[in-house]
Write a protein that binds this ligand. Structure first.
Ligand SMILES: [Zn+2]
Length: 552
């Protein structure tokens, strides 16, 4: 069948991005693959069949299947026109990089920086590389590399043009260091940390600065060979000890960290500092454009000096205000301790704003892209809080999340004079045709609702009205819709547990329609909030549906 692969590809993509595939969304894509309008009728039955198949698949099955078909997707996505134009005159091509240090799990602040660099590369048909700045063997690890790859490539869906590890370039970086020493622009310093700090503060040079080039080259060799341990020696640039910019006061370029490196093992004993490897790697990789927050402002002078001394190409740098994450800790060390002590369930704990945590609780990739559009290249500090993310996410998922009933602290009602209704069929979303059938037997509502509306008439959503009397009694009033509070109820139910952002669980009953959900699906519990199905767990012969709360 013509275009079958493309139909699968777009149906799966559509389902992965929006929770379910829709014929009307897949069809227009096929025009980019030569579909003629007059042939729509011919392919419709097959397309409908494929879309139905895809919608029956679990989230993980869709993702697995998409791997087979993704090559058929023609990428003509419009890169958000919301991002302001920037002046790229003078650049042959736009090449950006995403350059995390793999020393923790990436959080929302990182994601914005990653996406700005990625989106501008796309906007100008350029390239974007992922570069792991893994030169501190005490902090970096494979775990964080894997986590960042997962977050950047899978969750954020960033398609990079290459992945690089700075620790693979150590020989090159050593060569550049030797070159600087040979030019008499760097020297070995043996002062202790306090003395160095004190003299830098006073703007005075230490005696080491006067050592000969020959002496420095000899000492550098010993240094690289591991003859000095941590704190005994460093390589410093000859900057300007009187400079107002303290970064220029003979910053350290290399230090001894004789610790096993997760990727290079025991091969290297001395490791470069950020201000040294960063400008060199940017030039080596052909990076032409860097978007970064202005907290690096003072470092530009030093990095430019290094580029000048080594004859390296400069990049266009665009700075934006830094992102200040409110209400959440983003400190790697602090989070690690909380995870290790068991206070947090992991780096994906909903009390965090790591990408892991956001993903697991149901923040969509599109919401993160939306956030980037919203904050853009603001010059001022931007305060980020979860509400900003939630409000963008809500707009996206409200249109597609199926709706169900959840009743916390359920109490079984005794309804007097109840009409003989044994089943109702309800839509799962006002915009979809899908429905679920709910048997009507013993009716449960939440204790909180009962107490709040005690003595009043309420409507059991999509069912009938009752008057709440003394717990647990109620009396049927009418099937007519009246202007009374509407509350959710369940009858035939599954056990539900919801992990809340404060670390507590809420237990209750969910309507039987939940049985059709796959793990990973985002839904809305009416009058409660959005949740993502995290797992179905067998406990004492019953299955508990565990959700993670997304937001209201
Ligand atoms: Zn010294």
């Amino acid at each position: 069948m013509k275009l079958e692969n493309e139909m699968w590809a777009y149906a799966l993509k559509n389902a992965i991005e929006y929770g379910r595939a829709v014929v009307g969304k897949v069809l227009p894509k096929l025009f980019n693959h030569g579909l003629d309008k007059k042939d729509i009728g011919k392919i419709m039955p097959s397309l409908q069949k494929i879309v139905d198949e895809v919608n029956k698949m679990s989230v993980s099955a869709r993702e697995k299947e998409f791997e087979k078909f993704k090559g058929f997707v023609k990428e003509r996505e419009v890169v958000d026109k919301m991002l302001p134009d920037i002046d790229i005159s003078g650049l042959n091509e736009v090449v950006t990089r995403i350059a995390p240090e793999p020393s923790k799990y990436a959080h929302i602040g990182h994601a914005i920086s990653f996406l700005l660099n990625y989106q501008y590369a796309r906007k100008y048909n350029g390239k974007c590389f992922l570069r792991f700045e893994d030169t501190n063997p005490e902090k970096v690890s494979q775990e964080y590399v894997d986590a960042m790859k997962e977050d950047v490539l899978n969750y954020l869906g960033i398609k990079v043009d290459g992945v690089k590890f700075i620790s693979d370039d150590m020989e090159i970086l050593y060569d550049y260091a030797r070159k600087l020493i040979g030019m008499n622009r760097a020297y070995m310093c043996f002062c202790d940390r306090n003395k160095m700090q004190d003299l830098r503060h006073k703007g005075q040079a230490c005696d080491c600065r006067r050592n000969s080039r020959k002496n420095n080259l000899d000492e550098w060799k010993k240094f690289v060979d591991g003859k000095y341990t941590k704190g005994e020696a460093v390589l410093r640039i000859k900057g300007n000890m009187k400079s107002k910019n303290h970064v220029m006061r003979d910053s350290v370029l290399f230090r001894a960290i004789p610790v096993k490196h997760y990727r290079q093992g025991d091969k290297y004993k001395v490791w470069p500092m950020y201000d040294f490897y960063n400008p060199i790697e940017d030039s080596l990789m052909g990076v032409t454009l860097i978007l970064r927050s202005n907290e690096f402002d003072l470092r530009i002078e030093l990095q430019d000096k290094i580029k000048d001394l080594l004859g390296l190409r400069k990049q266009k740098i665009i700075q934006y205000g830094r992102f200040n994450v409110i209400d959440f800790t983003t400190q790697g060390r602090e989070i690690r301790e909380l995870v290790e002590s068991g206070e947090l369930v992991g780096w994906d704990d909903p009390r965090l704003i790591t990408l892991r945590a956001l993903r697991r609780r149901g923040i969509t990739k599109e919401a993160i892209y939306g956030l980037v559009e919203q904050v853009g290249l603001s010059r001022h500090q931007v305060n980020l809080d979860f509400d900003m993310i939630a409000s963008i996410n809500r707009k996206i998922i409200d249109a597609r999340a199926k709706r169900y009933f959840f009743v916390q602290n359920p109490i079984g009602l005794i309804v007097n004079n109840r009409p003989n209704v044994s089943e109702v069929e309800l839509k799962v979303h006002p915009d979809f045709d899908d429905t679920r059938k709910l048997k009507v037997g013993q009716i449960y509502i939440s204790r909180e609702d009962f107490e709040e509306f005690s003595g009043k008439e309420i409507r059991l959503l999509h069912l009938f009205n009752i008057q709440l009397n003394r717990l647990p009694n109620a009396t049927f009033t009418t099937v007519d819709n009246k202007d009374v509070p509407r509350i959710q109820w369940v009858s035939d139910y599954v056990d539900v547990r919801i992990f809340m952002p404060n670390g507590n669980f809420i237990n209750g009953f969910g309507d039987i329609g939940l049985k059709s959900l796959s793990v990973g699906e985002l839904i809305q519990f009416e009058r409660f909030g959005f949740c993502r199905l995290d797992k179905k767990e067998k406990e004492n012969k019953k299955v508990v549906y565990e959700f993670w709360f997304t937001h209201k």
